[in-house]
Design a binder for this molecule. Sequence first.
Ligand code: ADE
Length: 333
Amino acid sequence: MAWTRLAAVGHGSFATVYLAASSSSGDLFAVKSAELLNSDFLQTEQRILSSLSHPSIVGYKGFDVTTENGKLMYNLFMEYAACGSLADEIVRRGGRIKEVTAAFYTRQIVRGLEYLHKRGLVHCDVKAKNILIGGDGLKIADFGCSKWVLESPAAVCGTPMFMAPEVARGETQGISSDIWALGCTLIEMVSGAPPWPTAGDPVSTLYRIAYSGDSPEIPSFLSATAKDFLGKCLRRDPAERWSTSQLLKHPFLGELSFGFEIIKELHSDFESPTSILDQGPWNSLEEGSQTLLKTETWEDDRIKRLSVFSGEIKWKMRDDNWITIRSCVNDDN
Ligand code: ADE
């Protein structure tokens, strides 16, 4: 498939994620690229992602190898989530997500984790930055650390702040370690802060997680139901943590079914564009006053008009004005 790299939308330690467009159809997708020589983790992610299909998991769209500026690049194609990550969403909502919305989001993450865990897959790096906001809901992404439960023990992987005690001690990283990280992610959503105080160096935080006997502090402003839910995720003994199937029956997630449609409606304006050719001139006109993040060599006149401005996607009109085709700004918090 011929495609064009558009703007960079995210950076990881080993790869960069770009918005891309199919040259024939104009369909938009995301491409995660790394130099072929350093792409083992991306190839592992490709093998895992290509075996998965679920509404709460980022959709797989293929891969290829290209030569760019004399370098061989490995490219993993996936569904494009125009609103970025849950971490971006926390910032957009002023640093805190309301409990009812956090419960709605948590339910979708738990559904995705249930799907992975039933297949014997541990994600190993659950956190807001690795959850994407798609047009039809939240999507678990970034499988670079993931592993199969039955795989021979691999080195511990993930983000120290979100590591369960048994992972911090380097003992084991299993399905219940994802549940601990889910609890940390819920704290991140409702408080806008990491699960552990950031004062102190990462090594002493890791030591505290591993050996202190403490769990992250549960925010006092939460309802008793939300606190109870967090308590089930943040048990220090992995054998005592609830499974995804148990969590899906917890009242914190269950009681929400009544408000589901209402919240869904709140998010109806988050639908992603699927093709640059779908966008017409009936969108509201806006001055292109913001800084262009990054431009690439444009191959196609249709693609040339699409650009990403600080999280907003804009389309250039013939008169040189820009129209916004995707903005994730919301005021419902
Ligand atoms: N950042 C990382 N992966 C992404 C994706 N698939 N869509 C949008 N932003 C991303």
